[in-house]
Design a protein around this ligand. Structure first.
Ligand SMILES: NC(=O)c1ccc[n+]([C@@H]2O[C@H](COP(=O)([O-])OP(=O)(O)OC[C@H]3O[C@@H](n4cnc5c(N)ncnc54)[C@H](OP(=O)(O)O)[C@@H]3O)[C@@H](O)[C@H]2O)c1
Length: 259
């Protein structure tokens, strides 16, 4: 059976705003049953009010091992868990003139450690689903930002590079068990996270468009979902240039954003 073809049970983190909220609302419209996680309950409850019988609210800080373990029983409240979308994340930029290693630590803690902790409870549930011969999919929301060395993105880019590696390595290890690992690599998406940005964001798309691209890619059985193409192809082409040219370009861009 194709992914998302039948009503599925899905756990999604970072569901209260931005991409996670838009994906949750799109999946609800398609008839799926959801377990929603984020630190704040109110935005999750607002989504739950759309369909009380198909949405469970399971607030937790994904970086906190104990909080994650507390919500483990809720993941299978609707039945076997078919899909997990690990989307919660943050983006903190570094001001190199006022270097602070906390910026690097915060990005890594939320984006890498938080995602890794979710697997403590997601993997056993997905394995139980596979043991019954049902498909099981793990989706990790990374970013395309790390494909080019953008100034101020030392912490964010490093965290998403690590997260993508983590996901690809997991894909190799979980292949034998038949658990699919999907990596989502968005460009700029208009959300509360990017509303804070004070620089131009080329090819910015809405959260609803991002949700459409993600749900369409998942339903089509894709393992890599990157969008918008204008942005991701530009980054791919830039990334193929010799390192000395990339270094000159990224230094010039960093100087420009400083002015
Ligand atoms: N927007 C973009 O341009 C863009 C581009 C590429 C990738 N992404 C990635 O897409 C994902 C979603 O980002 P977004 O743009 O939609 O931002 P957002 O609106 O800020 O969403 C992030 C969500 O994560 C939750 N969250 C943050 N830290 C958490 C924690 N420790 N535990 C549990 N939940 C936590 C937040 O809810 P609470 O505060 O209630 O916990 C929030 O709802 C992130 O991984 C981001 O890196 C975004």
């Amino acid at each position: 059976m194709r992914r998302l073809e039948a009503p599925s049970n899905i756990w999604i983190t970072g569901a209260g705003s931005g991409i996670g909220e838009a994906v949750s609302r799109a999946l609800l419209k398609q008839g799926h049953r959801l377990v929603l996680t984020g630190r704040r309950s109110e935005p999750l409850e607002a989504i739950q009010s759309v369909s009380r019988d198909r949405v469970i609210v399971a607030p937790a800080d994904t970086t906190d091992r104990q909080q994650i373990e507390t919500i483990a029983p809720q993941l299978e409240s609707h039945g076997d868990l078919n899909m997990v979308i690990l989307n919660s994340g943050t983006c903190e930029y570094l001001d190199v003139r006022d270097y602070n290693s906390d910026v690097i630590a915060n990005n890594l803690r939320t984006n890498v450690i938080g995602t890794a902790r979710c697997l403590d409870i997601a993997l056993p549930a997905l394995r139980r689903t596979r043991a019954k011969g049902q498909p099981a999919t793990l989706v990790i929301v990374s970013s395309s930002a790390w494909w080019f060395p953008f100034g101020r993105a030392e912490g964010y880019g490093a965290s998403k590079a690590a997260l993508s590696y983590f996901a690809h390595s997991l894909r190799a290890d979980l292949a034998a068990e038949g658990i699919d690992v999907v990596v989502v690599s968005p460009g700029f998406v208009k959300t509360p996270l990017t509303d804070r940005n004070d620089f131009p964001m080329p090819f910015l798309v809405t959260a609803e468009e991002a949700a459409r691209r993600i749900t369409k890619g998942l339903a089509a059985g894709k393992h890599e979902i990157a969008f918008p193409k204008r942005f991701t192809w530009t980054l791919r082409l830039l990334g193929a240039l010799p390192r000395s040219i990339i270094d000159r370009m990224s230094a010039a861009m960093a100087r420009q954003s400083d002015n």
